[in-house]
Design a protein around this ligand. Structure first.
Ligand SMILES: [Zn+2]
Length: 295
């Protein structure tokens, strides 16, 4: 059953190694694509070299291979796409859809993360400044395949957001929208920590005339101390020789338990079975899952 229409992707950030939470997201996006014969692309979101862990890119690719998560086509690196991001930022700036912001961190204190708009009409020059995208006073909503209806008022809940930082680094929101469209991605399956980024991405898609992908946000795996895996501190790489048991655990987290007979299967055999039995409707409809519940 080859469905050339479905194009999904996994887009890890090399600020750390793959951890169990990112494995859950990778497995979900892989199975959702493979279950309908779709393509599964890989994009390295290496936009922030200062935060990159040396060796993490190679380790992520090695883990994916060892865990049977074989991707289609060439790996895309965002670090190779600065020219495209720069051209887009310039275009949005020239069209007045974005503007330069020279606010210091101190000036932004106390605004609760919502930009108060100091520079909105100041007409600052674009160099040596952050570039912010003007957001409309509108609510953006979408229907997530697992999390259900989600809406956010961009003006009240987000404010004008940075698309290029003052230090010249491009923002995730900008790159992800441009790259998903460029790669033809029409199905985004990722962790629920990105649920509240989605309305900003919907606005960018609308602005750029891109079609909206379908979204499926899988639960985040939370450790017993309440921390999100992999974000607050460095998780070790997933053990290369534990692919099958950890895949079985990831499948359990996704509400797709594998039969006991597959406990000794290879990663590829296990994933092939799982693709045949994948049912997105069984993914727990929650944003967080405790890791302790999965043992
Ligand atoms: Zn400002």
């Amino acid at each position: 059953m080859q469905n050339s229409a479905y194009i999904g992707r996994f887009a890890p950030t090399p600020s750390g190694y793959l951890h169990f939470g990112s494995l859950v997201a990778a497995v979900a996006s892989y199975l959702d694509a493979r279950s309908v014969g779709g393509r599964w692309l890989l994009r390295m979101e290496d936009l922030d070299p200062p935060r990159e862990v040396t060796g993490a890119q190679a380790a992520i690719l090695d883990t994916l291979e060892r865990y049977g998560l074989h991707w289609d086509g060439e790996l895309v690196r965002q670090s190779d796409r600065h020219g495209e991001y720069a051209a887009l930022v310039q275009r949005l700036f020239d069209q007045g859809l974005a503007y330069a912001c020279i606010c210091s961190r101190k000036q932004l204190e106390g605004s609760g993360g919502i930009y108060p708009g100091h520079c909105r009409n100041a007409g600052h020059a674009g160099h040596d400044a952050a570039i912010r995208l003007r957001v409309p006073e509108l609510t953006y909503r979408f229907s997530d395949r697992v999390q259900g209806e989600y809406s956010q008022h961009l003006g009240k809940e987000v404010g004008d957001f940075v698309i290029r930082r003052r230090d010249g680094l491009y923002a995730y929101q900008l790159a992800v929208v441009l790259d998903d469209a460029w790669q033809g991605v029409n199905n985004v399956v990722r962790g629920a920590d990105l649920l509240d980024s989605t309305p900003r991405q919907l606005y960018l898609q609308e602005l750029l005339g891109f079609s909206q992908p379908r979204y499926l946000h899988v639960p985040l795996i939370i450790q017993p101390d309440g921390h999100k895996l992999g974000k607050s501190y460095r998780s070790p790489p997933l053990p290369g020789d534990q692919a099958t048991p950890l895949l079985i655990r990831a499948l359990r987290a996704l509400g797709q338990p594998a039969p006991d007979e597959l406990a000794d299967a290879s990663a590829e055999e296990l994933l092939a079975w799982s693709a045949r039995h994948w049912d997105a409707a069984l993914v727990p409809r929650t944003r967080n899952l405790a890791e302790s519940q999965l043992r």
